[in-house]
Design a protein around this ligand. Structure first.
Ligand SMILES: Cc1cc2nc3c(=O)[nH]c(=O)nc-3n(C[C@H](O)[C@H](O)[C@H](O)COP(=O)(O)OP(=O)(O)OC[C@H]3O[C@@H](n4cnc5c(N)ncnc54)[C@H](O)[C@@H]3O)c2cc1C
Length: 467
């Protein structure tokens, strides 16, 4: 059986929920699919009921948005992972919370699949206690659980600041923040920020909180390695310009390292929508107009999946995409996307300019990456193995390197290792810049149970499945 709707929205975060509400209020039939057990996405991640009862809700506006979406008659399918597209190129293939296959078709698709954190490996990043800042943020905000007692945050990007403040609020000792760039010595480069007073106030608030807690920000600094037995116990830092030369070692029981976010474009690419290789970030970014229209008539992209820009831009893009889809499905003229989108996109561009380009950072850090470093943690593939294959049988081809080494074939499907593996391949045999810097999208985009596939095949054959 195929579920038919006017609009299918994949992703129940700020962008998807904002769009779904608008479309349902306009009388369209809308289904939101999200792999998480609760709606809200990353920014409005819902606290566990016991946590909310004890500590309150860290983002009540998220709860209110979810309630309005449900009240507007949107069908909300949580715990539904969209893992593929049927041969017709339109029907989405999902798995429900019990692993049963679900087929859904919409007159229009809105992909609001969000982002995931960018990682650059270093010796010891597979140690227990080494996580991303986003994971530490969720554990703190949604579960009121500290990632550790003495923590260093490292990597690059503005996100390190709110995460440090969230950890401080939980009584964690933040030993320091290692920022690979020098954004807080920006001088004239940051002048554009005066046009964004709300963001400036936010930044100043984080700065004041960190100063009161005497949290040092080591700018121009990266992680050289993490050490420890059954858990990380120390992190050694180096100057970004000399990433192999240790400058300090800090004792920790947790280390959070992240280099910003990457758009989640697996479904966008699986549906054949055009993407471009962003030279500065090393990401594949969907080709869209300000309303989120893609190269396919029946597909829009909104939120961070359309390009990294933070929650406010994600929400504005959700609104603009909904208005445009509505115009398409009702034949009314499409409204011009709000000026707000352009202003928020300018702020995102300014932020990007203040922090080091991830692609440049990768090119600086990779040559210092020891051969034995785990490049792909899921499949235990080392940097040395990737380099040898990329320079050898794979002849500089990313997908061939994946096939030879299995790097990127694990549960994360390359979300943790893809950025660095692509860099190692480029290092071994420079490829033209146009080459898509991510593993090709293929069905399933995430691991699914064999039973789900067998049930689907049985449905196609009109017989009872293994279940
Ligand atoms: C780990 C993490 C933590 C973050 N924390 C913050 C924060 O504290 N503050 C902040 O300002 N920004 C944070 N961000 C940035 C965040 O991207 C934006 O703030 C905002 O949540 C983006 O909204 P969105 O609707 O575009 O995407 P998201 O909020 O990411 O929502 C997308 C949703 O789609 C779901 N999804 C993706 N693919 C599929 C699929 N195939 N099938 C089904 N469901 C799917 C995801 O699970 C997610 O629930 C965080 C990002 C990450 C990755």
């Amino acid at each position: 059986m195929i579920v038919e709707r006017d609009v299918l929205v994949v992703g129940g975060g700020p962008a998807g929920l904002t769009a779904a509400l608008r479309l349902a209020q306009a009388g369209l039939t809308v289904t939101v699919l999200d792999e998480q057990a609760e709606l809200g996405g990353q920014y409005y991640r819902r606290p566990a009921p016991e946590v909310a009862a004890l500590w309150g809700d860290h983002r009540p506006e998220g709860r209110r948005l979810v309630e309005r979406v449900r009240a507007a008659g949107v069908e909300c399918r949580t715990g539904h992972l969209v893992w593929g597209v049927a041969d017709d190129g339109r029907t989405l293939l999902a798995a429900d919370p019990a692993g049963r296959p679900v087929r859904l078709r919409g007159r229009h698709l809105l992909l609001a699949t969000g982002a995931y954190e960018r990682a650059i490996p270093f010796p010891g990043w597979q140690l227990p206690g080494v996580t991303t800042p986003g994971f530490a943020q969720h554990l703190a905000a949604a579960d009121h659980t500290p990632i550790g007692d003495r923590v260093v945050l490292a990597g690059s990007g503005p996100f390190l600041l709110p995460v440090a403040c969230t950890l401080l609020a939980l009584g964690v000792r933040v030993a320091g923040i290692a920022e690979a760039g020098t954004p807080y010595r920006a001088g004239l480069r940051a002048l554009g920020a005066v046009r964004h007073p709300a963001r400036l106030r936010e930044l100043a608030g984080y700065g004041a909180r960190l100063a009161r807690a005497r949290v040092p920000i080591w700018q121009g600094t990266v992680v050289l390695r993490a050490d420890g037995g059954d858990r990380v116990s120390a992190v050694t830092l180096a100057a970004t310009a000399r990433p192999a030369v240790p400058v300090r070692t800090v004792e920790v029981d947790a280390l959070c390292v992240g280099y910003g976010f990457r758009p989640q474009t697996d479904l966008v690419r699986l549906l054949g929508c055009a993407v471009r290789a962003d030279a500065a970030t090393g990401d594949a970014v969907p080709v869209t107009d300000p309303a989120g229209r893609t190269s396919r008539e029946d597909v829009h992209v909104a939120g961070e999946a359309a390009g990294i820009g933070g929650v406010h831009l994600a929400t504005a893009r959700g609104r603009a995409a909904a208005d445009d889809i509505l115009a398409r499905l009702t034949g009314r003229p499409a409204p011009r996307p709000a000026r707000r989108i352009r202003r928020l996109a300018r702020f995102a561009a300014l932020t990007e300019a203040l922090y080091p380009s991830p692609a440049d950072l990768l090119a600086t850090l990779l040559p210092a990456l020891p051969e034995h470093t785990m490049a792909c943690r899921c499949e235990a593939v080392t940097a040395g193995e990737v380099r040898a294959v990329a320079a050898g049988p794979a002849a500089g081809d990313l997908n061939a390197t994946k096939a030879w080494t299995r790097a990127g074939m694990g549960p994360c499907q390359g979300r943790a290792c893809g950025f660095a593996v692509a860099g190692l391949v480029r290092e071994a045999a420079p490829a033209p810049a146009a080459a898509t810097p991510v593993f090709p999208a293929r069905t399933p985009v995430r691991p699914v149970e064999i039973a789900t596939l067998l049930d689907l095949a049985a449905e196609d054959a009109g017989t009872d499945g293994p279940a």
